[in-house]
Design a binder for this molecule. Structure first.
Ligand code: CA
Length: 469
């Protein structure tokens, strides 16, 4: 018996495919052990598919985690992920706003390839908006590879039934569909209720705690499966709401909004601690790939987050909008407590997971991520990405080597050397026209591969006292 088949679907005597869970219940644990007899411990480990957990924070600042130097808000559980895994010093999302960033993550493709360039407006969210149905999610890929797939948290990739997570590769869903949500007073009669599957429910707990409860229960339910859990906290996105027990942890933060932010973040960090504990208790901590990142940079004035020393914030293509706290722990395979310095992207999660799971990557379309494992293990010394791109309407950016082009329209053009100017303070556009030309040309070539946006954000509201043009 080929050991690499363990954990995948099998064929029974009359040729029908049976699920792994069914298979295990048929052969029992003893039967499963027979299949690995003769293999050494290393071979048995390699035969086992890793579990995958992707944890996404919402609007978390680059500087607001212990592993990036935060001092006023302890994040011991996130820090433990960094201590037991890899911290990406230059980890990027594909967009400085929520929905497109998630579309890039889940498909492993620049989301502008399929028109998912903007957040929806209030009008389009109810109508046209949704991640195009011909896009294959990481959940669908893993489900096809016999993983149990579940999502807990914020979706923000379509409200209509055909865009629901249960139709996009997830077998279980607990959370909400739109871009933001209250954390308290959650009633099934609300306009946008919390859903279990497709069923509105009353949720008595603080939403962050409820997401943790559901994530832990998912892990318990699927401890004998290979599983994929997509855990997308809406913390620390607005509305700024936190129970007293978390607020009480921060008597020394005087500013009310920052204190609430700290409490919301602390609740999420507790939740991640509960997930890690459950993995340990169930003997899964070695063989679970865990990714953590924020879907975009902190909107510093909105939720009192900090991206320092990075420039800019959510909604900009400065580093503060797109470079995020980003971790990857896989204790069985990755060195602990290391920092990987070359730029990586959330686009890479798809390819990295696919390779580890032995899953099939779509071959009929351009994929934009790379399997990071050979780089993280030191087998490949080159950069995972020669070049990275961003586009949100008339804002765009290019990262190549240490050079960063950031532009809004034709008027605002910035060229930075990130090696000496991480905070993007010195515009070298005039001094280095050669680099500017090179990055411009590369951007144009990439831009030509993209399609127009499928929907647009709400136009900015005119100021009430604005004079007529
Ligand atoms: Ca966000």
């Amino acid at each position: 018996m080929n050991s690499s088949r363990i954990g995948r679907s099998r064929t029974n005597n009359d040729g029908r495919r049976i699920e792994r869970r069914t298979f295990l219940s048929v052969v029992g644990a003893g039967g499963a052990a027979l299949l690995t007899r003769g293999l050494n411990a290393e071979q048995r480990t390699l035969a086992r598919k890793p579990n995958v957990i992707i944890i996404v924070a919402d609007d978390l600042g680059y500087a607001d985690v212990g592993f990036n130097g935060c001092t006023d808000i302890p994040t011991p559980n996130l820090d433990s992920l960094a201590q037991n895994g890899v911290r990406f010093a230059e980890g990027y999302v594909t967009c400085p706003i929520c929905s497109p960033s998630r579309a890039g993550l889940l498909t492993g493709r620049y989301q502008q390839r399929f028109g998912h360039e903007f957040n929806p407006s209030l009008e389009t969210e109810a109508e046209a908006f949704g991640m195009p149905l011909d896009q294959i999610t990481i959940a669908a890929m893993l489900k096809n590879a016999e993983y149990a797939t579940g999502m807990v948290g914020k979706w923000h990739l379509g409200l209509k039934p055909e865009y629901h997570p249960l139709r996009r590769g997830f077998q279980e869903f607990y959370g909400f569909l739109q871009g933001a949500h209250s954390y308290v007073n959650l009633r099934k009669t609300d306009r946008y209720p919390i859903l279990r599957g497709t069923e509105p429910i009353d949720e008595p707990e603080y939403l962050t705690d409820a997401f943790t409860r559901e994530a832990v229960a998912f892990i318990d339910r699927h401890s004998t499966d290979p599983f994929f859990l997509y855990l997308t906290y809406n913390a620390v996105h607005t509305p700024m709401q936190a129970p007293q027990k978390y607020l009480d942890r921060f008597p020394n933060i005087a500013q009310t909004k920052r204190r609430t932010y700290a409490a919301m973040l602390s609740a999420m960090d507790d939740g991640i601690g509960a997930v890690l504990r459950k993995l340990r208790d169930n003997g899964l901590d070695q063989d679970t790939m865990i990714f953590f990142f924020s879907d975009n940079g902190g909107p510093i004035y909105v939720n009192s987050s900090s991206n320092l020393p990075l420039n800019g914030a959510k909604g900009t293509v400065y580093e503060g909008g797109i470079r995020v706290p980003f971790l990857f722990q896989w204790q069985r395979r990755l060195p602990r407590g290391t920092v990987y310095k070359n730029p990586v992207s959330t686009l890479d999660i798809f390819a990295t997971v696919a390779a580890a799971a032995g899953a099939e990557v779509p071959r009929d379309r351009k994929m934009d991520g790379v399997n990071l494992m050979p780089y993280l293990l030191g087998w490949k010394r080159t950069q995972p990405h020669e070049i990275l791109f961003w586009r949100v309407g008339d804002m765009n950016a290019v990262r190549k080597g240490n050079w960063k082009l950031a532009r809004k329209g034709n008027a605002l053009v910035f060229l930075f050397d990130l090696a000496t100017d991480m905070g993007e303070q010195k515009n070298l556009a005039k001094e280095r026209p050669d680099i500017l030309r090179e990055l411009n040309a590369a951007f144009k070539a990439w831009d030509a591969e993209l399609v127009p946006p499928l929907w647009f954000p709400a136009p900015p509201k005119p100021a009430p006292s604005a004079p007529a043009p």
